[in-house]
Design a protein around this ligand. Structure first.
Ligand code: HEM
Length: 192
């Protein structure tokens, strides 16, 4: 709250720009009459959401990725032998362009998201009655969609327990809404 107060003062005195960072963007969202859309508490909540949603998920993915590299020497070797790994000096940082060239490593990350989705399930509220598999799912029920179960469906991913990054060599390795580590629909992860 102190930080938000400071930023409000800086914005007022034109020492900060509205596009400077997440906090100033949120402070500057205005109603038509010029009043603030978000209260200080709502801004804090949104900042915490983005930090938690972005931090824990990414670190869980990296943890499982390292686990799979440790368990599978052939996958480990292929990651280490990526062209980009060889062209970098020890400690040299990767750029955004470098990431696009790390095709095999990317597939390992995708396969890790499939076998161990960091958010393995989430909630939805039913907005209208519908039938699925012979069951009526009534409006207003709260349901759980479980990424980990869809990702282990052998009709979608053959031999689902096998850790196989080559699945992602295909452009569309799964039908829509079946690779759901980042969710789906209008509330899909913006960090995707
Ligand atoms: C490997 C990394 C990540 C995974 C697996 C992941 C996964 C997810 C999932 C499953 C959801 C729920 C989607 C739904 O209900 O349809 C979600 C929501 C969200 N994620 Fe991520 N996420 C990741 C990284 C990030 C990052 C880096 C950020 C931001 C910097 C972020 C910000 C958010 C936010 C703000 C929401 C809520 C969206 C909303 O409710 O409209 N996530 N994420």
């Amino acid at each position: 709250m102190d930080l938000i107060h400071e930023k409000r003062v800086e914005l007022k005195e034109q020492r900060a720009s509205s596009q400077q960072d997440l906090t100033t963007c949120l402070i500057k969202i205005r109603n038509e009459d010029g009043s603030a859309v978000l209260s200080g508490e709502e801004i804090v909540d949104n900042c915490i959401l983005v930090m938690l949603a972005g931090h824990d998920t990414s670190s869980i993915l990296l943890t499982f990725l390292v686990k799979h590299l440790a368990e599978d020497p052939s996958v480990h070797a292929a990651v280490v032998n990526e062209e980009i790994a060889k062209s970098k000096a020890y400690g040299e940082l990767l750029t955004w362009d470098d990431l696009a060239k790390m095709k095999y490593t990317w597939r390992v990350a995708m396969e890790t998201l499939r076998v161990a989705p960091p958010i393995f399930c989430n909630f939805r509220t039913i907005v209208k009655d519908f039938e699925y598999g012979g069951y009526l799912i009534p409006k207003e029920w709260q349901i759980i969609w479980a990424a980990c179960m869809t990702h282990m469906d052998e009709t979608i991913f053959p031999d689902p327990s096998k850790f196989d990054p080559t699945r992602f060599e295909q452009q569309n390795p799964a039908p829509p809404y079946s690779l759901v580590a980042f969710g789906g629909g209008p509330r899909m992860c913006p960090g995707n």
